[in-house]
Design a protein around this ligand. Structure first.
Ligand SMILES: Cc1cc2nc3c(=O)[nH]c(=O)nc-3n(C[C@H](O)[C@H](O)[C@H](O)COP(=O)(O)OP(=O)(O)OC[C@H]3O[C@@H](n4cnc5c(N)ncnc54)[C@H](O)[C@@H]3O)c2cc1C
Ligand SMILES: *[C@@H]1O[C@H](CO)[C@@H](O)[C@H](O)[C@H]1NC(C)=O
Ligand SMILES: *[C@@H]1O[C@H](CO)[C@@H](O)[C@H](O)[C@H]1NC(C)=O
Ligand SMILES: *[C@@H]1O[C@H](CO)[C@@H](O)[C@H](O)[C@H]1NC(C)=O
Length: 349
């Protein structure tokens, strides 16, 4: 698409910081819903170098203790329904979105036998004894069908759709958010852990996770320990085995000893994995907070104002809710649009 400078000049200039799962989905949602905006994604890293590229990308919600549960439920449902449509379309294989069935197993029955998301996933039921007989020392399990996003396809697919709708992408690090003032009318902050330096948010921290990708094409069913420690998720060309959760560990380098432990735990649940060739080991940092932060904010400096919409803190569950949170951030931006002119005027005074 040709960039028309006159049309663009009249448009509201939106900068989205962050080109990971959250930044790309938010940018795409804005450009689809708010045609009066010109949107630029500015990011230091893109796929295959973002957190989502490490993840298995399975839609099983993670619970954010300080975010109201009804919101988490709504965001999960929106995301599930949106991706279910993509999985059911001719775009599915390019987008890397597909259905996956399996088991979540527990050593003892959890407090909530039917979690809040049980009515959104497909065919949720309690496992029977013959199924549980596969697992020594597991006494309870849930069987269901959910969706999985292959990040190495899904992220580039979103970027392509975003660009085809007139969006711009820039690869660079934003050192000071005020450098964007003047060029952009609004900043959308989807910088994940980058928020710590950029916005001085000390309440966000990394929870490091390591995974292995193995060649085991016979695995068709996912198996996840309900405590989140061990999981086996079949993907398109490999099976993801995990995992670890190390709070405040900033290392993105996989550790050989940790890989050995992960492999042992997974083989214990699924003995057919013994000897499966390891393709790759990866580690990533979940941008974690006790609550997601999706709010409007106005930065003020020397009498100048810069409206910001934050959308970060997705931690270990970004895939499960990203489309719902992208919609939420887009709604906040829409509420701000009538006042954009005011912010520009204040800044000129
Ligand atoms: C091992 C592991 C397994 C996981 N499994 C699942 C799963 O099965 N299901 C699920 O739902 N979730 C899962 N997750 C969580 C999911 O991957 C994350 O919630 C999600 O990827 C976070 O996306 P994000 O866009 O917020 O962060 P990021 O991908 O970290 O993106 C942040 C972006 O901001 C950019 N940035 C930061 N600061 C600046 C700056 N100053 N200037 C310019 N750019 C900047 C970075 O370069 C990066 O591109 C998993 C995570 C890990 C680590
Ligand atoms: C990802 O990181 C590698 C290693 O730093 C780099 O060579 C590559 O260009 C990066 N890819 C993208 C798309 O930025
Ligand atoms: C799936 O696709 C079929 C055929 O196009 C359509 O009739 C159906 O409504 C779709 N379902 C969903 C959930 O997208
Ligand atoms: C962006 O969000 C991060 C948290 O991820 C925060 O630390 C940072 O201060 C925010 N940036 C701005 C400009 O508000």
């Amino acid at each position: 698409m040709l960039h028309d400078p006159i049309m663009s000049a009249q448009k509201i200039q939106v900068a989205v910081i962050g080109g990971g799962l959250v930044g790309l989905s938010t940018a795409l949602c804005i450009i689809e819903c708010l045609p009066q905006c010109s949107v630029t994604v500015i990011s230091e890293e893109f796929s295959p170098n973002t957190t989502g590229d490490v993840a298995a990308g399975c839609l099983i919600p993670h619970v954010y203790p300080d975010t109201p549960l009804h919101q988490q439920k709504a965001w999960f449902k929106e995301t599930f329904n949106y991706l279910f449509k993509i999985a059911n379309s001719s775009e599915a294989s390019e987008a890397g979105i597909y259905l996956i069935s399996g088991w979540q197993i527990f050593k003892s029955a959890p407090k909530e036998v039917y979690p809040f998301w049980s009515e959104t996933v497909l065919g949720f039921r309690i496992m029977d004894e013959t199924e549980l007989a596969k697992f020594q020392s597991y006494k309870f399990g849930q069987a269901f069908t959910t969706l999985k996003c292959q990040a190495s396809q899904y992220l580039p697919w979103m970027e392509k759709r975003f660009k085809s709708k007139g969006g711009y992408v820039e690869k660079r690090k934003v050192i000071d958010v005020w450098d964007l003032h003047g060029t952009y009318d609004v900043v959308v902050n989807c910088s994940g852990l980058g928020s710590r330096d950029l916005f001085g948010d000390q309440s966000i921290y990394p929870v490091q996770g390591q995974v292995l990708e193995v060649n085991a094409p016979w695995i068709k069913h996912f198996i996840r320990d309900g405590d989140g420690s061990t999981y086996i998720y079949p993907g398109i060309s490999y099976v993801t085995l995990g995992g670890t959760r190390k709070k405040d560990d900033w290392s993105c380098l996989p550790n050989a000893q940790t890989s050995k432990v992960i492999l042992e735990r997974c083989c214990h649940l699924e003995p057919s994995l013994y000897g499966a060739p390891v393709i790759q080991e990866k580690a990533g940092l979940r941008p974690t907070r006790s609550a997601l932060r999706i709010v409007k904010d106005v930065l003020v400096k020397n009498g100048q104002q810069l409206p910001v919409i934050h959308n970060y803190g997705h931690g270990g569950g970004g895939f499960s809710i990203h489309w719902g949170t992208a919609n939420e951030a887009t709604k906040l931006l829409q509420q701000l649009i009538p006042f954009i002119h005011h912010f520009k005027l204040v800044s000129k005074l």
